[in-house]
Design a protein around this ligand. Structure first.
Ligand code: ATP
Ligand code: MG
Length: 572
């Protein structure tokens, strides 16, 4: 394991910075270690299919697999389950490697591809044929389906089920040699067509497909099926605990059956353990749908900051630490549940509260002239880089006669409970003076163009006078002379419905029309020099990241990662 030092500073014993909680999988590992089942060895794997970018659901599985290996001094493999060449691409392999690494995990030399095992898998298939455990079926896909039976009715044996070993071997080798058209034959294991578990009704383990494979090229025209490939890959890699999501529970008997048949030729029989997948509200999680969003142009790409892909979350401003914290917090169980997006957002707030320096940005500027402030004069006001971390030091922000405040920090007719600026009212300019609004200037269309204030020179923050008078409002501001313009992208949830794809409906009809808004804001001059992926808290606004694609020196672009508080649905 190789997690950056700094990320582990809170508690080197865990991947998230909080002590790992116990869960049923840990209990199994502890028990195995107690009984010596694996001689103390813990070896897991994360097995993505390279047919899309990873999403936040995968992060749960990654943190679980790598986290378990980390906590028990084990090893976790990254294995590409690349048995389905039609849908797989090198771009996806690269993005997956990038995302797992970004999350902070290291598989060392254990980078594997199921396609590396194609020769072995073929050998094992012949081994099964030789033992009367597999046969070549020449029915069509539809015929096989119609004989499979239903949940309540047993299936029927294929007329080809009793072919001799010699005939099966001959046909299977000729399938490999490319003598037959796609779909002419399949290889099936011979288990039990009357099994109550449909997965055991002689499942197909090989099919003919003349497709180019991104790693093996045109070498193969037959490809092994997932259920057959997965358990054997686990066994060949000597995995101890093979963790997967609950929908594979009914496949476990097949996993075990195949490895039982091969017990004399594979090195071990890993234990498959199922856990509940992550379901996140206000998101869609299937790769097929994420691909549709990208290809349909509903988002700007896989890394659109509104996407719940790891590439998108990264661009949005999420940190690896916040995602690992999220994985720890949601825990691992066998019960299916929905997690609110707010839980993920809170993890980011918590992490960035610690990690992000404070800066000032005025997103919707309103000009304020301080009438009694001397013309051409200016002074330094001192602001901490982090209110709870004095060791991070302070910076100075210049105050001058004309400043910008947030338009929402002024209200011409004050409503009850509004303590910010309004005619005749006083507020504190954060880190500076108390000001009082004395005049409002409007244009011909009755829009406020600027307001005028006076300041009380005896009330500067940090001086004795500051304590003399208390005011309730405390607003941020920037000197008009020094503020720099910056593009700020205000992102919100991609969907405006908690369950956009529930019941098979078209999730695209629930796209949130306000999920992206681009504005020109004013920021502190130092923000001109940010590096891509620098993160800040813009005081009172939330956490922002310098966009990793579009930030240039002297021309920053900021993405809002998350607001200060969860105001979703509260119409704030
Ligand atoms: P999709 O159905 O969207 O194509 P998948 O599950 O087929 O996703 P894989 O690439 O096969 O995607 O997933 C790799 C691993 O990640 C698997 O072990 C799978 O169980 C796990 N995984 C996928 N989605 C989730 C999720 N929502 N929560 C937890 N683990 C997940
Ligand atoms: Mg899958």
């Amino acid at each position: 394991m190789n997690i950056p030092e700094a990320d582990l500073k809170d508690d080197p014993a865990s991947i998230s910075g909080v002590p790992p909680g116990s869960n049923f999988i840990r209990n199994i590992v502890e028990e195995d270690n107690r009984t010596g089942k694996w001689k103390g060895r813990v070896e897991t794997r994360f097995p993505p299919e390279p047919n899309g970018y990873l999403h936040i659901g995968h992060a749960k599985s990654i943190c679980l697999n790598f986290g378990l290996a980390h906590d028990y001094n084990g090893i976790c493999h990254l294995r590409f389950d690349d048995t389905n060449p039609e849908k797989e691409e090198q771009e996806y392999v690269d993005s997956i490697i990038d995302s797992v690494r970004w999350l902070g995990f290291d598989w060392g030399k254990h980078l594997h591809y199921a396609s590396d095992y194609f020769d072995k898998l073929f050998e094992f298939a012949e081994y099964l044929i030789n033992r009367g455990k597999a046969y070549v079926d020449s029915l069509t896909v539809e015929e096989i389906r119609s004989l499979r039976g239903t949940l309540t009715e047993a299936g029927t044996n294929s007329p080809y089920r009793e072919r001799t070993v010699a005939e099966n071997l001959d046909l299977f080798r000729r399938m490999k040699a490319g003598e037959f058209a796609d779909g002419a034959h399949v290889l099936r294991v011979k288990i039990d067509m009357t099994s109550p578990n449909i997965n055991l009704r002689d499942p197909v383990i090989y099919r003919i497909r003349r497709v180019y494979h991104h790693r093996t090229g045109d070498k193969w025209c037959i490809y092994p099926m997932y259920d057959y490939t997965h358990c054997i890959s686990d066994a060949l890699e000597k995995i101890t605990h093979s963790l997967c999501t609950l929908e594979f529970e009914d496949h476990r008997p097949l996993y075990d059956w195949i490895l039982d048949q091969l017990k004399d030729v594979v090195p071990c029989h890993p234990q498959q353990i199922e856990f509940a997948r992550l379901n996140l509200a206000y998101a869609v999680m299937s790769k097929r749908k994420l691909i549709e969003l990208v290809e349909g142009g509903f988002v700007s790409g896989w890394d659109d900051p509104r996407m719940n892909t790891l590439a998108g979350l990264r661009r949005r401003g999420y940190t690896p630490q916040s995602i690992r914290l999220f994985a720890e917090r949601i825990g691992v169980s066998k019960a299916d549940s929905w997690i609110d997006m707010g839980v993920l957002e809170d993890c980011l707030r918590e992490d960035l509260n610690e990690r992000a320096p404070r800066r000032i940005a005025v997103l919707e500027p309103l000009k304020v002239v301080i009438d009694n402030y001397p013309e051409n004069s200016e002074e330094e006001c001192v602001a901490p880089n982090h209110p709870q971390k004095p060791e991070w030091g302070k910076r100075s922000v210049a105050l001058s006669k004309t400043i910008y405040i947030e338009r929402s920090d002024f209200m011409e007719t004050r409503s009850k409970g509004y303590f910010r600026l309004s005619p005749g009212a006083e507020v504190r300019l954060r880190y500076a003076y108390i000001v009082k609004c004395v005049n409002v200037v409007k244009n011909a269309s009755d829009e406020i163009t600027e307001i005028h204030c006076t300041y009380d020179p005896d009330t500067k923050s940090g001086t004795e006078g500051a304590e003399k008078r208390k005011v309730k409002g405390n607003i941020h501001w920037l000197s008009a002379k020094y503020a720099e313009k910056a593009e700020v992208r205000l992102y919100d949830r991609l969907f405006d419905h908690a369950h956009p794809d529930a019941g098979g409906r078209d999730y695209k009809t629930y796209l949130n029309p306000n999920s992206k808004k681009i504005i020109m804001a004013y920021v502190e001059p130092s923000l001109n020099q940010v590096q891509p992926e620098d993160r800040f808290q813009f005081e009172r606004h939330g956490y922002f990241v310098a966009d990793r694609e579009n930030t240039e020196k002297g021309k920053p672009v900021f993405n809002r990662a998350v607001t200060m508080r969860d105001s979703w649905g509260k119409n704030a």
